[in-house]
Design a protein around this ligand. Structure first.
Ligand SMILES: Cc1cc2nc3c(=O)[nH]c(=O)nc-3n(C[C@H](O)[C@H](O)[C@H](O)COP(=O)(O)OP(=O)(O)OC[C@H]3O[C@@H](n4cnc5c(N)ncnc54)[C@H](O)[C@@H]3O)c2cc1C
Length: 399
């Protein structure tokens, strides 16, 4: 493909791997492709990596991750940057039911400065010789056997393998013909809105999650302490459950008033962030031709807890390594799909089915409360960490 540049026609540069999107998924893919000797270029539409931040910034520690995703490879090195980017560490999750029930679960998690976290990963790509084009949305173009990625910011490439890491909804996945229709359905979408509040005066070592059909229909609210009185406070509400309800911003304002006003010193909002998360499970297919989809672009958010950083890091690593093996003649690209399903597929599938079961209760606060009471502390922890409690396992086959 030839692209005009100042009147002349230039041949795009050839690379082994083009990565579209420099979030955790894309950066991880770039790192592992480059570590395996590939020539890589990243395209990112933001001009500052990881900024602005749209995230609760909670990342389970390595030890929790090993329990959460026990078949995932390379957890310790994937989480190298997390400790350096953490601004706080929490040891418990408090789960609050709509009728006032509460369960305190021990759970170790880093609370990140996500901008710093992604900047550290980006720095690692640079040290590995990965080139990057920042500041404009890139476009994937497929014609015949060729895959080209071009950005208005420059740096068009022809790539052997393209990693679609452009988050949700992924234009690159659409361009590649991946089956995105299902993850775009309203029942599979969570509208998220979050404030960062200073001076909230919360317990600094406990994350809190609240369930309420009034304040977070089809989802939940969270308070994540960042240390020094700062919190990320937000709600995720299912698009299908929002019909006829107040706008998400009104719901979050009520949530902040009720939760911070009632129990804590009312604080000051210093930042706002909004996005839509796919919570319908991973795409049926994440590989087509030369294109591999990772992280949110592939719908790999854990539907029972809304976490997507770990799966983005892991799927990115698998994509980078598979690209290297494929280009070395060692495997078909489709091996990517088999490998991530083997490592994290069961937990993503469990969480998707558990979410569907929970959907049947979520319309009624009483049902949610009794559901939690029935599960008890152990069961609640299992659901949040994508395990199927034995009391629920007969229902799993029905969804
Ligand atoms: C409010 C909220 C709170 C959350 N809290 C948590 C949490 O506490 N813990 C957790 O684990 N997960 C959380 N998540 C989910 C988590 O943020 C995502 O799952 C995670 O960021 C996925 O990483 P990714 O690399 O796949 O995609 P993203 O992080 O979305 O990265 C995609 C990148 O691609 C870039 N991009 C998009 N289009 C283009 C293009 N055309 N060209 C070039 N670049 C492009 C974007 O600018 C972005 O940098 C939260 C999500 C939301 C919305």
């Amino acid at each position: 493909m030839k692209l005009p540049r100042g009147g002349a026609y230039l041949q795009p540069e050839s690379v082994d791997v083009a990565v579209i999107g420099a979030g955790p998924g894309g950066l991880s893919a770039a790192i592992y492709a480059a570590k395996n000797g590939l020539k890589v270029r990243i395209f990112e539409k933001k001009s500052r990596i990881g900024f602005p931040t749209v995230c609760g910034e909670l990342l389970p520690t390595e030890e929790e991750m090993k329990r959460l995703l026990p078949r995932a490879d390379g957890i310790p090195e994937l989480f190298d940057a997390a400790a350096s980017a953490a601004v706080n560490k929490c040891r418990r999750i408090g789960v609050l039911s709509p009728l006032g029930g509460s369960w305190s679960l021990s759970f170790d998690a880093y609370i990140l400065d996500r901008h710093r976290f992604e900047s550290l990963l980006f720095e690692e790509t640079r040290l590995l010789g990965v080139e990057s084009t920042l500041g404009a949305p890139a476009r994937l173009m497929l014609s015949g056997k060729k895959a080209c990625v071009e950005s208005p910011a420059g740096g068009a490439v022809e790539a052997e393998v393209v990693v679609a890491a452009d988050g949700f909804p992924s234009r690159a996945a659409v361009e590649a013909g991946l089956p995105v229709r299902e993850y775009l359905r309203p029942e599979n979408l969570a509208a998220c809105l979050q404030y960062r509040v200073a001076g909230a005066g919360v317990e600094e070592d406990m994350v809190e999650v609240y369930f309420s059909s009034r304040l977070a229909p089809g989802g939940y609210g969270w308070i994540i302490p960042k240390g020094n009185g700062e919190v990320n406070i937000g709600i995720g509400a299912r698009k299908s459950a929002l019909r006829g309800k107040a706008a998400v911003s009104k719901l979050l304002d009520s949530f902040v008033r009720e939760r911070l006003g009632e129990r804590y010193e009312p604080g000051k909002i210093v930042a706002k962030a909004a996005d839509v998360l796919p919570v319908g499970g991973a795409l049926r297919s994440t590989c087509n031709g030369r294109v591999l989809a990772v992280g949110d672009a592939a719908g790999m958010v854990m539907p029972t807890n809304g976490g997507g950083i770990p799966t983005a890091l892991i799927s990115g690593k698998i994509a980078g390594e598979t690209a290297a093996r494929h280009l070395g003649g060692g495997c078909a690209l489709l091996e990517y799909e088999r490998t991530w399903r083997r490592q994290i597929g069961e937990e993503l599938e469990n969480a998707t089915k558990l979410r569907r079961i929970a959907d049947r209760l979520m319309g009624s606060d009483r049902a949610v409360h009794w559901g939690f009471t029935f599960l008890g502390e152990k069961g609640v922890r299992e659901v949040l960490t994508c395990k199927v409690p034995w009391t629920v396992s007969p229902l799993i086959k029905l969804v």
